[in-house]
Each structure stands twice: as structure tokens, then as C-alpha cells.
Write a protein that binds this ligand. Structure first.
Ligand SMILES: NC(=O)c1ccc[n+]([C@@H]2O[C@H](COP(=O)([O-])OP(=O)(O)OC[C@H]3O[C@@H](n4cnc5c(N)ncnc54)[C@H](OP(=O)(O)O)[C@@H]3O)[C@@H](O)[C@H]2O)c1
Length: 242
């Protein structure tokens, strides 16, 4: 599928994996819209891409602010008329999150609000534009920590990472992938959950991969061609159990 004239929205693209995804998509010839909750940071990131000869713009988009989401959809509609790729990348982690017996309820609520409800809100607002594109792609930035199976598997490296808010938010995001995939079955729109790997960013400050490495798999799924697989949960090592 030719990428020129294709338009992608990447949420939370002012830094981290989101910015690396935006750069890789733009390098593939896609016009990239950098979604950012802070307009100045979004503008700076888009300018950085433009300075590298890439096609980009920014849009104010706060997952916690419904009006910013609907305004962003209206702007994209007015300027592009359709959206080919939605990368639901924006997300948070909270250090007051913890195992179920100890986690701060406020932290759990915040994390689920942004990572799940905010992403659902963006997806709902962008769906009319995605339906107008030819074979649109939706990539949900999930985490292997959202795997119910791995959370209950003592042999898994993720077993000991008990963050009830974060892990539940990504399990809920995976449910969005499954249900949306089924709902959009006959539309040509592919929806997948992609875990980028363990990436060192501001999210936690820990990780073994660079944002550029973490962007590889999400970009691969954003650029899937005709007959794209859909309704899957993948990580760099292959398919992840739900
Ligand atoms: N790093 C990893 O190892 C890893 C592993 C699995 C999954 N993930 C997922 O990958 C995604 C990107 O994470 P990252 O590691 O790149 O983290 P990051 O560097 O902290 O970047 C997160 C991005 O999300 C934005 N964001 C936060 N709250 C937002 C809101 N309310 N509205 C709009 N944007 C908001 C941030 O904007 P500000 O700059 O304004 O804060 C930032 O642009 C997340 O969904 C994360 O859960 C990461």
C-alpha cells in the first residue's frame, strides 16, 4: 500500500515511544499528526520532524479532556477528511500503583481513566474518520503486563510485576482491541494490541530498549498492507496470550 498521502494520528507523540513511532511513520512517507496534551511540547516535536524533512503537524489532544479530543477530530476532518492510521500510544504509569492489597485507589483510577477510558474516547471520536479511509489501521499500545495469562503464570517474567491499575488498564485496552476487531470485521479496518517491549522512557525510567527500538513493532502494525491480520496481541517475541 502506498504511504504517500496517508495520514496518521499518534497520541502522546511529543516524546518517548510515541515520538519514535511518529518519526518512523513519517520516514515511511506518512503525514504524521503529533497528538500532545501540552500544545507547546506537541508543536516542538512536530517542528523537530519537519526540520528533518518529514511531513508533520501537531494537534492538542488530552485523553483527559473530551473537548480536546472532539476538537482534534474536527481539525483532522477539516484538514484531511479521513484518517488512515490511529496509534493509541498515550499512556501513564503511577508509582502509587501496586499489588491489589496496597495500591492507591486514586492512582488506579487515574491510570484506568487515561489508559483505557481516554483511549476509548479517542477511538470513538476518530472512528468516523477511520471509516472514511481505505483499510485504516488502529494500533493500541498495550503491554505484556496486561496479559491475564502471564499475570497468573509463575514461569513468566511478568508474574511478579503486580500493578493492579496499570495491568488492568492494559487488559481493558486488550478488550477494546478484541471487541473493536469484531465490530469492524467487515470494514477492512485492522485493530491490534502491540506491546513494544521493555523500553527506557520517562514512563518508569527503566527498560532495556531505546524508544526507536520500541517503535518498530507498533509501526509494522500501523503499516500492515491488504489482508492485514487483526484482533491480535503481539510483542517483539511473537504473539502474546490474552
Ligand atoms: N516504556 C515501556 O517499556 C512500555 C512497555 C509497554 C507499553 N508501553 C506503553 O507505551 C506507551 C508510550 O509509553 P512511553 O514509554 O513512551 O512513555 P512516556 O515517555 O512517558 O510517554 C507517554 C506519552 O503519553 C502522553 N500522555 C500522558 N498522559 C496523557 C494525556 N492525558 N493525554 C495525552 N497524552 C498523554 C505523554 O505526554 P506528556 O509529555 O505531556 O506527559 C507522553 O507524550 C504507553 O501507552 C505505555 O503504557 C510502554
Amino acid at each position: 500500500m502506498a504511504n504517500s498521502n496517508r495520514v496518521a494520528l499518534v497520541t502522546g507523540a511529543n516524546k518517548g515511544i510515541g515520538l519514535a513511532i511518529a518519526r518512523r511513520l513519517a520516514q515511511a512517507g506518512v503525514h504524521v499528526i503529533v497528538g500532545a496534551r501540552d500544545e507547546r511540547r506537541g508543536h516542538t516535536a512536530a517542528e523537530q520532524l519537519i526540520a528533518q524533512g518529514l511531513s508533520a503537524q501537531s494537534v492538542h489532544l488530552d485523553l483527559d479532556d473530551w473537548k480536546s479530543i472532539t476538537d482534534a477530530a474536527a481539525t483532522i476532518d477539516a484538514e484531511h477528511g479521513a484518517l488512515d492510521i490511529l496509534v493509541n500510544n498515550a499512556g501513564i504509569f503511577d508509582f502509587a500503583d501496586a499489588p491489589p492489597s496496597k495500591a492507591s485507589l486514586e492512582a488506579v483510577r487515574r491510570v484506568i481513566d487515561i489508559n483505557f477510558l481516554g483511549t476509548l474516547a479517542v477511538t470513538q471520536a476518530m472512528l468516523p474518520l477511520l471509516r472514511k479511509a481505505h483499510s485504516a489501521r488502529i494500533v493500541n499500545l498495550s503491554s505484556s503486563l496486561g496479559s491475564l495469562t502471564l499475570n497468573g503464570d509463575p514461569a513468566s517474567t511478568y508474574y511478579s510485576q503486580r500493578f493492579i491499575g496499570y495491568n488492568a488498564s492494559k487488559a481493558a485496552l486488550n478488550m477494546l482491541t478484541v471487541q473493536l476487531h469484531e465490530e469492524l470485521r467487515d470494514t477492512g479496518i485492522a485493530v491490534n494490541s502491540v506491546s513494544p517491549g521493555f523500553v527506557k522512557t520517562d514512563l518508569t525510567g527503566y527498560g532495556t530498549m531505546t524508544p526507536e527500538e520500541g517503535a518498530k513493532l507498533p509501526v509494522k502494525y500501523a503499516l500492515l498492507g491488504e489482508d492485514a491480520i487483526s484482533g491480535k496481541f503481539v510483542e517483539p517475541d511473537g504473539e502474546t496470550p490474552w
